[in-house]
Write a protein that binds this ligand. Structure first.
Ligand code: SAM
Length: 210
């Protein structure tokens, strides 16, 4: 699969290239993934091409978003707080926000596996938390924080159904040995085959506070 990530949707410009590439026998599909805003792609930083997430965030108009594991929701939200462990990703996010005249987003570099009891004291309670953790899923400290925060909605995006199921169970039913009570209900779950012909699957889950 070849995926063209472009800053706008102009298929006619890609057509000659697509025709050339399509003649390569190993190429079984060609995708064009237009980003809704310009985003600088640095080779040293992993780039997430998931425009589906952008569509999903567009429903969160005029809300306060808390993004764990960095997202691109700043166009639609009133206020955005983004957390990410990789310093370069934060630098890119700040640069991209500037390039796109985005002034409602704060990006903070931090390790969500090392948060303490005071985490969250310096930002207002969010309407929506969007979390897209990597394959190990959420650390217990983050689960604990979310169960205390009680944001009305959590959108959990996952590329690992096993850790996703574990974390949804924690958020909905609690963690008995940690004395944590669950307070969410799973409202919807959509699996998305982002990587056809591989065993990988992306899941997007909506949780609402009970
Ligand atoms: C599945 S990717 C999400 C990508 C993101 N949605 C985007 O559009 O760029 C997971 C992200 O979580 C970050 N991450 C991993 N462990 C973390 C931690 N302990 N604290 C904060 N961020 C972490 C990774 O650096 C990576 O950017």
């Amino acid at each position: 699969m070849v995926n063209f990530v472009t800053s706008s949707y102009k298929p006619e410009l890609l057509k000659p290239l697509v025709e050339k590439i399509s003649s390569i026998p190993e190429v079984v599909s060609v995708m064009n993934n237009p980003t809704l805003s310009f985003r600088q792609i640095l080779i040293r930083q992993r780039f997430c091409t998931n425009s589906l997430k952008n569509v999903l965030v567009s429903e969160e108009m005029d809300q306060k978003l808390f993004l764990t594991f960095l997202w691109n929701g700043h166009h639609w939200a009133r206020q955005v707080y983004g957390y990410e462990v990789v310093a370069q990703a934060i630098a890119d996010a700040c640069l991209n926000a500037k390039l796109n005249n985005i002034y409602n987003a704060t990006f903070v570099q931090g390790d969500l596996n090392k948060i303490d009891e005071s985490f969250g004291n310096n930002f207002p309670k969010p309407d929506v938390v969007i979390s897209d953790p990597n394959r190990p899923g959420m650390h217990m400290k983050l689960i604990k924080f979310l169960l205390k925060l009680k944001a009305p909605r959590i959108v959990y995006v996952s590329c690992n159904p096993a850790t996703c199921a574990r974390d949804l169970d924690y958020l909905c039913h609690g963690v008995i040995d940690k004395n944590l009570e669950g307070c969410y209900k799973l409202k919807s779950l959509q699996a998305v085959d982002m990587f056809p012909h591989t065993p990988h699957i992306e899941c997007v889950c909506l949780l609402e506070l009970c």
